[in-house]
Design a protein around this ligand. Structure first.
Ligand code: PPS
Length: 275
Protein backbone atom coordinates (compact mmCIF):
# COMPACT_ATOMS: atom_id res chain seq x y z
CA UNK A 1 0.00 0.00 0.00
CA UNK A 2 1.41 3.36 -0.99
CA UNK A 3 0.73 6.28 1.35
CA UNK A 4 0.11 8.89 -1.34
CA UNK A 5 -1.45 6.60 -3.91
CA UNK A 6 -2.50 8.31 -7.12
CA UNK A 7 -6.28 8.86 -6.89
CA UNK A 8 -6.64 8.97 -10.68
CA UNK A 9 -5.24 5.46 -11.08
CA UNK A 10 -8.80 4.24 -10.67
CA UNK A 11 -10.06 5.87 -13.86
CA UNK A 12 -6.74 5.85 -15.74
CA UNK A 13 -6.92 9.50 -16.80
CA UNK A 14 -3.19 9.81 -16.53
CA UNK A 15 -1.25 12.87 -17.65
CA UNK A 16 2.26 13.92 -16.69
CA UNK A 17 1.98 15.99 -13.47
CA UNK A 18 3.30 19.44 -12.70
CA UNK A 19 5.48 19.81 -9.63
CA UNK A 20 4.06 21.93 -6.81
CA UNK A 21 5.68 22.79 -3.51
CA UNK A 22 4.66 20.93 -0.40
CA UNK A 23 6.39 22.86 2.39
CA UNK A 24 9.33 23.57 0.05
CA UNK A 25 9.47 20.02 -1.31
CA UNK A 26 8.66 19.75 -5.05
CA UNK A 27 5.97 17.09 -5.32
CA UNK A 28 3.61 15.86 -8.06
CA UNK A 29 0.43 17.93 -8.15
CA UNK A 30 -1.67 14.81 -7.49
CA UNK A 31 0.07 14.49 -4.12
CA UNK A 32 -0.29 18.18 -3.25
CA UNK A 33 -3.94 18.37 -4.33
CA UNK A 34 -4.81 15.42 -2.08
CA UNK A 35 -2.54 16.42 0.73
CA UNK A 36 -5.20 16.75 3.47
CA UNK A 37 -6.08 13.06 3.07
CA UNK A 38 -2.46 11.96 3.34
CA UNK A 39 -1.66 14.31 6.20
CA UNK A 40 -4.64 13.07 8.21
CA UNK A 41 -3.86 9.40 7.64
CA UNK A 42 -4.52 7.51 10.88
CA UNK A 43 -1.70 5.07 11.50
CA UNK A 44 -2.18 2.05 13.76
CA UNK A 45 0.53 0.91 16.18
CA UNK A 46 1.22 -2.25 14.13
CA UNK A 47 1.74 -0.37 10.88
CA UNK A 48 5.19 -0.73 9.40
CA UNK A 49 6.45 2.12 7.27
CA UNK A 50 8.98 1.63 4.47
CA UNK A 51 10.42 5.01 3.56
CA UNK A 52 12.95 5.78 0.84
CA UNK A 53 13.93 8.45 -1.59
CA UNK A 54 12.63 7.27 -4.99
CA UNK A 55 14.57 4.43 -6.61
CA UNK A 56 16.40 3.33 -3.47
CA UNK A 57 14.87 -0.14 -3.43
CA UNK A 58 11.50 0.36 -1.75
CA UNK A 59 9.86 -2.36 -3.87
CA UNK A 60 12.69 -4.70 -2.96
CA UNK A 61 12.26 -3.99 0.76
CA UNK A 62 8.50 -4.39 0.45
CA UNK A 63 9.05 -7.84 -1.05
CA UNK A 64 11.47 -8.78 1.76
CA UNK A 65 9.07 -7.56 4.46
CA UNK A 66 6.11 -9.35 2.85
CA UNK A 67 8.10 -12.57 2.58
CA UNK A 68 9.17 -12.33 6.22
CA UNK A 69 5.57 -11.69 7.30
CA UNK A 70 4.40 -14.72 5.33
CA UNK A 71 7.29 -16.93 6.42
CA UNK A 72 8.73 -17.07 2.93
CA UNK A 73 5.47 -17.98 1.19
CA UNK A 74 4.37 -15.66 -1.53
CA UNK A 75 0.67 -14.96 -1.26
CA UNK A 76 -1.37 -13.33 -3.99
CA UNK A 77 -3.58 -11.68 -1.40
CA UNK A 78 -1.51 -9.72 1.08
CA UNK A 79 -2.57 -10.06 4.69
CA UNK A 80 -4.39 -7.11 6.17
CA UNK A 81 -2.26 -6.74 9.32
CA UNK A 82 0.35 -5.64 9.99
CA UNK A 83 -0.11 -3.10 7.26
CA UNK A 84 3.05 -2.35 5.34
CA UNK A 85 2.98 1.20 4.06
CA UNK A 86 5.46 2.50 1.56
CA UNK A 87 6.30 6.15 1.09
CA UNK A 88 8.79 8.44 -0.63
CA UNK A 89 7.92 11.36 1.63
CA UNK A 90 10.72 13.12 3.48
CA UNK A 91 10.58 12.73 7.26
CA UNK A 92 9.03 16.15 7.90
CA UNK A 93 6.00 15.36 5.73
CA UNK A 94 5.17 11.96 7.17
CA UNK A 95 1.73 12.07 8.85
CA UNK A 96 2.13 12.73 12.58
CA UNK A 97 0.00 9.74 13.52
CA UNK A 98 2.88 7.36 12.64
CA UNK A 99 4.98 8.83 15.42
CA UNK A 100 2.05 9.28 17.83
CA UNK A 101 1.46 5.55 17.42
CA UNK A 102 5.19 4.85 17.78
CA UNK A 103 5.19 2.88 14.50
CA UNK A 104 8.33 1.21 13.24
CA UNK A 105 9.93 2.37 10.00
CA UNK A 106 12.49 0.76 7.69
CA UNK A 107 14.53 3.19 5.64
CA UNK A 108 16.51 2.17 2.59
CA UNK A 109 19.07 4.64 1.28
CA UNK A 110 20.93 4.22 -2.00
CA UNK A 111 24.01 6.12 -3.13
CA UNK A 112 23.19 9.39 -4.88
CA UNK A 113 24.74 8.63 -8.26
CA UNK A 114 22.91 5.37 -8.85
CA UNK A 115 19.69 6.90 -7.48
CA UNK A 116 20.02 9.70 -10.02
CA UNK A 117 20.52 7.28 -12.92
CA UNK A 118 17.66 5.02 -11.87
CA UNK A 119 15.40 8.06 -11.36
CA UNK A 120 16.22 9.39 -14.82
CA UNK A 121 15.18 6.12 -16.48
CA UNK A 122 12.05 5.97 -14.33
CA UNK A 123 11.06 9.46 -15.55
CA UNK A 124 11.39 8.29 -19.14
CA UNK A 125 9.03 5.43 -18.41
CA UNK A 126 6.51 6.56 -15.84
CA UNK A 127 3.81 9.16 -16.40
CA UNK A 128 3.29 9.82 -12.69
CA UNK A 129 6.33 12.10 -12.78
CA UNK A 130 7.17 14.98 -15.16
CA UNK A 131 9.12 14.50 -18.40
CA UNK A 132 12.81 14.09 -17.57
CA UNK A 133 14.16 16.24 -20.43
CA UNK A 134 17.70 15.51 -21.58
CA UNK A 135 20.09 13.63 -19.29
CA UNK A 136 22.24 16.72 -18.60
CA UNK A 137 19.15 18.74 -17.62
CA UNK A 138 17.85 16.04 -15.31
CA UNK A 139 21.32 15.73 -13.82
CA UNK A 140 21.29 19.42 -12.84
CA UNK A 141 17.73 19.30 -11.55
CA UNK A 142 18.57 16.33 -9.32
CA UNK A 143 21.60 18.11 -7.83
CA UNK A 144 19.49 21.24 -7.25
CA UNK A 145 16.70 19.27 -5.59
CA UNK A 146 14.23 20.37 -8.26
CA UNK A 147 12.89 16.88 -8.98
CA UNK A 148 9.79 15.18 -7.64
CA UNK A 149 10.21 14.57 -3.85
CA UNK A 150 12.91 17.21 -3.68
CA UNK A 151 16.52 17.03 -2.67
CA UNK A 152 18.07 13.55 -2.33
CA UNK A 153 20.56 15.11 0.13
CA UNK A 154 17.90 16.57 2.45
CA UNK A 155 15.81 13.42 2.21
CA UNK A 156 18.52 10.99 3.32
CA UNK A 157 19.92 13.35 5.96
CA UNK A 158 16.43 13.95 7.37
CA UNK A 159 15.72 10.26 7.85
CA UNK A 160 19.25 9.64 9.15
CA UNK A 161 18.82 12.28 11.84
CA UNK A 162 15.42 10.83 12.80
CA UNK A 163 16.75 7.33 13.29
CA UNK A 164 17.58 7.82 16.96
CA UNK A 165 14.28 9.54 17.80
CA UNK A 166 11.92 6.86 16.45
CA UNK A 167 11.92 3.08 16.01
CA UNK A 168 13.83 3.18 12.75
CA UNK A 169 15.97 0.59 10.99
CA UNK A 170 18.23 2.38 8.53
CA UNK A 171 19.61 0.18 5.74
CA UNK A 172 21.65 0.72 2.60
CA UNK A 173 20.86 -0.68 -0.85
CA UNK A 174 24.53 -1.46 -1.38
CA UNK A 175 24.64 -3.56 1.81
CA UNK A 176 21.61 -5.59 0.74
CA UNK A 177 23.26 -6.23 -2.62
CA UNK A 178 26.48 -7.28 -0.93
CA UNK A 179 24.93 -9.66 1.56
CA UNK A 180 21.17 -10.05 1.28
CA UNK A 181 21.00 -12.73 3.96
CA UNK A 182 22.68 -10.52 6.56
CA UNK A 183 20.36 -7.57 5.85
CA UNK A 184 17.23 -9.76 5.67
CA UNK A 185 18.07 -11.05 9.14
CA UNK A 186 18.29 -7.46 10.40
CA UNK A 187 14.82 -6.81 8.99
CA UNK A 188 13.43 -10.00 10.54
CA UNK A 189 14.88 -9.09 13.93
CA UNK A 190 13.41 -5.60 13.66
CA UNK A 191 10.04 -7.19 12.88
CA UNK A 192 10.52 -9.55 15.85
CA UNK A 193 10.28 -12.61 13.61
CA UNK A 194 12.37 -15.73 14.09
CA UNK A 195 12.92 -17.55 10.80
CA UNK A 196 13.86 -21.15 10.14
CA UNK A 197 16.96 -21.69 8.01
CA UNK A 198 15.01 -22.98 4.98
CA UNK A 199 12.71 -19.97 5.17
CA UNK A 200 15.66 -17.58 5.19
CA UNK A 201 17.05 -19.28 2.10
CA UNK A 202 13.69 -19.03 0.37
CA UNK A 203 13.43 -15.32 1.16
CA UNK A 204 16.94 -14.65 -0.16
CA UNK A 205 16.03 -16.46 -3.36
CA UNK A 206 12.56 -14.94 -3.89
CA UNK A 207 13.77 -11.39 -3.23
CA UNK A 208 16.73 -11.65 -5.62
CA UNK A 209 16.73 -9.37 -8.66
CA UNK A 210 16.59 -12.38 -10.97
CA UNK A 211 13.39 -13.72 -9.45
CA UNK A 212 11.71 -10.37 -8.79
CA UNK A 213 12.22 -9.16 -12.35
CA UNK A 214 10.04 -12.02 -13.58
CA UNK A 215 7.49 -11.74 -10.79
CA UNK A 216 4.44 -9.76 -11.98
CA UNK A 217 3.64 -8.89 -8.33
CA UNK A 218 6.97 -7.04 -8.12
CA UNK A 219 7.95 -5.93 -11.63
CA UNK A 220 5.02 -3.56 -12.23
CA UNK A 221 4.07 -5.27 -15.51
CA UNK A 222 0.48 -5.25 -14.27
CA UNK A 223 0.53 -1.44 -14.49
CA UNK A 224 -0.98 -0.29 -17.82
CA UNK A 225 1.35 1.00 -20.53
CA UNK A 226 -0.12 4.51 -20.48
CA UNK A 227 1.07 4.85 -16.88
CA UNK A 228 4.38 3.04 -17.19
CA UNK A 229 5.74 2.16 -20.60
CA UNK A 230 8.26 -0.55 -19.87
CA UNK A 231 9.23 -0.83 -23.52
CA UNK A 232 11.26 2.32 -22.83
CA UNK A 233 12.92 1.04 -19.67
CA UNK A 234 11.92 -1.75 -17.35
CA UNK A 235 10.99 -1.01 -13.74
CA UNK A 236 13.34 -3.81 -12.70
CA UNK A 237 15.99 -2.23 -14.88
CA UNK A 238 19.47 -3.37 -13.77
CA UNK A 239 19.49 -3.63 -9.99
CA UNK A 240 23.23 -2.98 -9.80
CA UNK A 241 25.67 -0.88 -7.81
CA UNK A 242 27.80 1.50 -9.90
CA UNK A 243 25.68 1.84 -13.04
CA UNK A 244 26.31 5.61 -12.79
CA UNK A 245 29.67 5.00 -14.49
CA UNK A 246 27.79 4.19 -17.70
CA UNK A 247 26.06 7.60 -17.59
CA UNK A 248 28.21 10.29 -15.95
CA UNK A 249 30.82 12.08 -18.03
CA UNK A 250 34.17 12.78 -16.35
CA UNK A 251 33.30 16.44 -15.87
CA UNK A 252 29.80 15.64 -14.58
CA UNK A 253 31.40 13.33 -12.05
CA UNK A 254 33.76 16.07 -10.87
CA UNK A 255 30.93 18.58 -10.53
CA UNK A 256 28.81 16.03 -8.73
CA UNK A 257 31.56 15.11 -6.25
CA UNK A 258 32.25 18.74 -5.44
CA UNK A 259 28.58 19.50 -4.92
CA UNK A 260 28.13 16.29 -2.91
CA UNK A 261 30.90 17.27 -0.53
CA UNK A 262 29.22 20.60 0.13
CA UNK A 263 25.87 18.94 0.82
CA UNK A 264 27.02 15.88 2.75
CA UNK A 265 30.52 16.66 4.04
CA UNK A 266 29.35 17.65 7.52
CA UNK A 267 26.91 14.77 7.94
CA UNK A 268 27.73 11.61 9.86
CA UNK A 269 25.80 9.74 7.16
CA UNK A 270 28.43 8.06 5.04
CA UNK A 271 27.71 6.00 1.94
CA UNK A 272 30.23 3.48 0.76
CA UNK A 273 32.37 4.46 -2.18
CA UNK A 274 30.72 3.10 -5.32
CA UNK A 275 33.62 3.58 -7.70
S1 PPS B 1 10.26 3.49 -6.85
O1 PPS B 1 9.69 3.68 -8.21
O2 PPS B 1 10.82 4.77 -6.35
O3 PPS B 1 9.32 2.91 -5.89
O4 PPS B 1 11.50 2.50 -7.05
P1 PPS B 1 12.20 1.57 -5.95
O5 PPS B 1 11.47 0.30 -5.85
O6 PPS B 1 12.44 2.33 -4.67
O7 PPS B 1 13.63 1.33 -6.62
C1 PPS B 1 13.77 0.74 -7.89
C2 PPS B 1 15.22 0.32 -8.07
O8 PPS B 1 15.47 -0.82 -7.21
C3 PPS B 1 15.93 -1.90 -8.03
N1 PPS B 1 15.52 -3.19 -7.45
C4 PPS B 1 16.41 -4.13 -7.09
N2 PPS B 1 17.76 -4.13 -7.08
C5 PPS B 1 18.37 -5.28 -6.65
N3 PPS B 1 17.70 -6.38 -6.25
C6 PPS B 1 16.36 -6.42 -6.24
N4 PPS B 1 15.72 -7.52 -5.85
C7 PPS B 1 15.65 -5.25 -6.66
N5 PPS B 1 14.34 -4.92 -6.78
C8 PPS B 1 14.29 -3.67 -7.26
C9 PPS B 1 15.26 -1.63 -9.38
O9 PPS B 1 15.84 -2.42 -10.40
C10 PPS B 1 15.52 -0.14 -9.50
O10 PPS B 1 16.90 0.17 -9.73
P2 PPS B 1 17.60 0.29 -11.19
O11 PPS B 1 18.99 0.79 -10.91
O12 PPS B 1 16.80 1.28 -11.99
O13 PPS B 1 17.61 -1.08 -11.79
Amino acid sequence: MELDYHPELRDLTIRRPQLKLLEDVPSPDWVVDNWETVKNFQAKPDDLLIATYPKAGSTWMQEIVDLISQNGIELIEKMAFPRVIKTHLPIQLVPKSFWEQDCKAIIVARNAKDSLVSYFHFHRTCHLVPEPGAWREFFQRFMNGKVSRGSWYDHVKGWWEAKDKHRILFLFYEDIKENPRREILKVAEFMEKVLEEDVIEKIVHLSSFKVMKDNPMANYTTVPMDIMDQNISRFMRKGEVGDWKNHFTVSQNEDFDEHYERQMGHSSLKFRNVL
